[in-house]
Design a protein around this ligand. Structure first.
Ligand code: B12
Length: 289
């Protein structure tokens, strides 16, 4: 079986060759090995794109090949996103964007997906958004957190201008900034009025929860039951099973399964164990989604 690193190398080759189907098969192979969407983002796609960057820097590939790899990646990410079952809604909104003249969207889309999985509403603006538009949209949508990705330190002055304008809003959203453009401490030291600097998307989600006052155990029992029900339904339909077949496999009453899937029953641990076994997933996956 190929390691994730080998799969990443195959993905790099397939994507710069414009082989959509082959690129998709590499991702399918990682999924078949049980890799999560976020493991694929971090350990397969990100290193492959870093590889694309270094081939391009050394003149080994054309700009068109770099563009093909990015477009194929964005397509694969749309498909991967569909596999994410978000946690119950937190009722909080994050706006994710790059700044004017920054076309690099893969990183910010990935970070937005971490927030999506955590139950945030996402206002994803993609690339090259003017500062005053970000501020206006934040105000209109009552955004709680603005998340900016910088691909180069040259964007720091624009980011400072954004921070300054956001401070003028009431209430003022929190500002989280990350990306390759601030990986260097010198670049970070020139940023002002930023609530959080981030490099690790999972850490950024935790920090965003902390600064907006969301505790880890925010979800009510009702929300948890709805979430478990949705997870069961998602895995059941992915396996092409109807409720009748799954209830027989798990030795449960069909009507009981139906109310579990609708989040209407306080499902017992033994029923969850039987369902996780029948669906071929761990109990933890069933609970966390
Ligand atoms: C694809 C790509 C492009 C594509 C982008 C297309 C698109 N639609 O996204 C195109 C061809 C347009 C492009 C153009 C350019 N690019 Co370019 N590009 C890349 C490349 C190969 C991959 C970028 C990528 O998607 N990486 C994968 C993602 C997942 O990584 P990431 O963005 O770093 O994000 C991760 C983390 O940083 C973090 N993160 C990111 N944002 C945030 C935000 C928060 C809040 C948090 C918590 C975390 C976080 O989470 C992500 C997941 O771990 C990189 C090479 C590389 N090593 O990355 C160069 C690279 C970024 N580009 C570079 C350059 C120089 C350019 C150009 C100036 C080239 C030119 N001379 O024309 C132009 C600029 C265009 C512009 N105006 O923006 C340089 C930047 C160097 C620098 N830092 O100053 C790089 C590093 C290549 C290099 N080695 O020189 N590029």
């Amino acid at each position: 079986m190929e390691s994730l690193q080998e799969l990443s190398e195959s993905y790099l080759q397939a994507s710069i060759s414009g082989e959509r189907q082959e690129s998709r098969e590499v991702i399918a192979a990682a999924l078949a090995r049980g890799c999560s969407v976020f493991a694929i983002y971090q350990e397969l796609i990100s290193p492959a794109l870093a590889g694309v960057g270094s081939l391009w820097e050394r003149g080994k590939i054309t700009v068109c090949q770099e563009h093909l790899a990015t477009q194929i990646t964005l397509e694969q990410m749309v498909l991967l996103r569909e596999r994410i079952t978000p946690k119950p809604s937190l009722g909080k909104t994050v706006l994710a964007t790059t700044l004017p003249d920054d076309l690099h969207v893969v990183g910010v889309r990935m970070v937005a997906d971490y927030f999506y999985a955590d139950g945030w509403n996402i206002e994803y603006l993609g690339s090259n958004t003017p500062v005053h538009e970000i501020v206006e949209h934040s105000k209109n949508k009552r955004v709680d957190v603005v998340l900016v990705s910088l691909s180069t330190p040259e964007l720091v002055p624009i980011c400072n201008a954004l921070a300054n304008e956001l401070r003028g809003l009431s209430p003022s959203p929190f500002l989280i900034v990350g990306g390759r453009g601030i990986s260097n401490p010198d670049a970070r030291s020139t940023l002002s009025d930023i609530d959080i600097f981030g490099s690790d998307p999972a850490e950024a989600v935790k920090e965003a929860r902390r600064i907006t006052g969301i505790s880890g155990s925010e979800a009510s029992l009702e929300q948890v039951l709805i979430h478990i029900g949705q997870t069961i339904r998602k895995h059941r339909t992915e396996k092409g099973l109807n409720q009748k077949s799954l209830s027989e496999m798990a030795d449960l009453d069909r009507a009981y399964l139906s109310s579990i899937e609708n989040g209407k029953k306080n499902v017992t641990v033994s029923a969850m164990l039987r369902l996780s076994e029948a669906l071929g997933i761990s109990l933890e996956e069933l609970v966390r989604g």
